[in-house]
Design a protein around this ligand. Sequence first.
Ligand SMILES: [Zn+2]
Length: 470
Amino acid sequence: MEPPYVLGCSSCHEKAPGEGSYSRCADCGGFLEYTFDPEYLKGVQFKGPLTFWRYAPVMPRVEKAVSLGEGGTPYWKAERLGEHLGLKNLHLKDETRNPTSSFKDRSAALMMSDAVGKGFDSVVCATNGNHGASLAAYSAKEDVSCRILVPADLDLGKLAQMIASDAHVEEAGDGIDVAIEKARKIADETGAYQATTELNPLSMEAIKTISYELVEQSGVPDWVAIAMGSGVTIHSLWKGFTELEEAGKIDSKPRLIGVQAEGCAPIADAFNKHIEEPISLESGDTVATAIRVTKPMFGAAALRALEESDGLSVTVSDSAMIDYGKEIARHEGIFAEPASAASVAFIPELLEAGVIDGSDTVVSIITSSGLKTNDIIRSLNLRRKSPGLGIRLATKERILRRIATKKTYGYALWKELGKAMTLGAVYQHLSDLESRGLVASSAEGKRRYHELTEKGRKVLDALEDLQSLM
Ligand SMILES: [Zn+2]
């Protein structure tokens, strides 16, 4: 029997040549997407408990469901937070309750099921954090080798999750775009399964199940608020609501509120200027790494979803995200990351402006846990001050170890490190290390030689002690 769905290009509608090595449309570069036969949708019945796999009939078929217990997340009426904000019917969909504490477990579960069913033994993905953390966990369960490309600035907790599940993590550039391009090449060259959210259309099929769950848990709210990075999440939610309407399961759809960070708002800015394409940025400035996307691949799709839903797009400041992260935890006991808190932080302003009414039903999607992020931990004024810890530290540690074995100079170090960074970056690291008193330098002839100080030795010993505990 033919499956009730086809995979094709979202822009030129050219049918995709085959499944498995997911990428972009070969003709126009648009993203690939599954579409379901509306007649089929009308006959669909969901059976079994409220979990992610309850919605298997509206996802592309997989031979075996790989599961860590994803989906079926709680839906709460936020009584105390609602009262605090002056919004009687505020609800939270708590996606932090997924296995690795983010909504990306839905996509990782579906992709891993697809990969294993098709016989792949390795996967690759580019990620801003949550998706990689999730994919690493599902790969571990299936004994699949997992390669993850990340931008330089990554939340420490997400990196820890990847490393704990034995994924191979590589730094690729400053933004997610470079990492995505690299992941595309790696899948082509090595035959690894492409598990990048922006390239694999199963991500949309998985994330749309949040809408299916919401409707079963609550019916159709007036508003659904979600943070936007690449735009794929809001597009997927809208796809879910649209299918539900086509299937005759709902009579109306909610209005969407797409929230972005003030310092990185290519979609919100375009929406509010009535432009159909996102306004790409050279750099993004926000603590919310999960939504720091300067050239959103699904920006146009997100704009369409906002438009079709008669929705809104707003921006919030980093300090508002951090403050509302605290308010959500303080009033509802849910610890959200800044990007997730953004889906609540905009409420006072829209209430004040009369755009939303105090009696409207608003559902905010809390996509991921605050336990993973550097920023919230820092904002709680703990005495720990470790912003750049992680990958950057790993480079400095490698340089220190080199210098510990012998006195050396910048150019030689650069070669020994495999020229993996610019020569300028090596000099910068050396200068940082010297200003902290960890290395000392002296001129000999034309060269400046660096050697380890007593303090540098102690730091290396301490790092070894720590690593022996891991
Ligand atoms: Zn196309």
